[in-house]
Design a protein around this ligand. Sequence first.
Ligand code: XIL
Length: 367
Amino acid sequence: MRRAALLALTLSACAGSLPNDPREVADRTTLREAAGGRLRIGAAVDLSALTREARYASALADQFDSVTAENAMKWGPIQPEPQVWRFEPADALIAFARVHRMRVRGHALVWHNQLPRWVTEQMNRDELAAALEAHVTGAVAHFRGMVAAWDVVNEALSDSGDRLRPSLFEQRLGDGYIAQAFRAARAADPEALLFYNDFGAEGLGQKSDRVFALVKALRAAGVPVDGVGLQMHLDAARHPSVGDIRANIHRLGELGLVVEITEMDLRVRGIAGTRAERLEAQRVLYHDVAAACVEEPACKAITLWGFCDAHSWIHSYFGVDEPLPFDETYAPKPAFYGLREALWSQRRVFPRIGQQEPAVDLVVTAP
Ligand code: XIL
């Protein structure tokens, strides 16, 4: 038997024995290894922790293949004065991502929070429209080719989803500011995927119906919206059903949109019982929500809002909790294993993924 043929046989034997059973995932398998490139697994990054804590940086690089800035790309931090840009922190994140072969998501161009004072204070309609255009253009152009996906408009609907949020932008510019932002982003980087991002629109209901209607209308009008971000800040004690989350992802996919879970964290302090019971409920929910994404072809990425409980926005906004898959010491919690199992399970849902590399070699090495 020729050597190449022998090699081909060996490779095909390896391909056949790749574990398809999620329980066979190895102990040290990381989240990014489990995701295997079919979907991105990301985290929002606290840039001061990244520069100060070696353990933070190494866990981030080991576990994730996508990053977003938790705050550094928002309007206030990045353009604190008119045309005075503070790109350095986000540029440092992009350099880190490049070294560790990670994708970068940009968050968020137009949002009613974390705006600089010069925007919120006394601008007339024309000045605000010009400032919005210049902000979107300046930020997207700076990161052109480096940021693969942008949250262009964040939280434009009211909390309940009964109407557009009466934000500064909506009040002064009317609902046209949304289309304006997307068009400016597309012009500044035609390659970047452009997202509408919101919270409370994960399952089925008034708010997700409204998001669906909004993006459908925008696309019908030729506005360049490529995807919807579902934030997924959930309270594990009262969350939308996973079936509804999946159905919602599915219907957005049928519109031709990409869906990403963009800010996942799962609060557990409202769950009665012992800590072990809370963490077990959290494990199951991390698994099931991630599995819904894995099983829907439109769903291309899951980004966590942070990754360890020591660095989470939740404590100051909702009370002390433990919403993420790694604890304060960076040790994996049950949630880590639930999430990893769901990411790994795509090898069962899409069996060809595990076999792709050896199969390609077979073709190349045959005599
Ligand atoms: C949060 C950050 O995590 C905090 O550090 C900051 O103080 C406020 O913003 N939805 C979003 C994110 O789209 O930008 C928010 O991030 C969390 C809610």
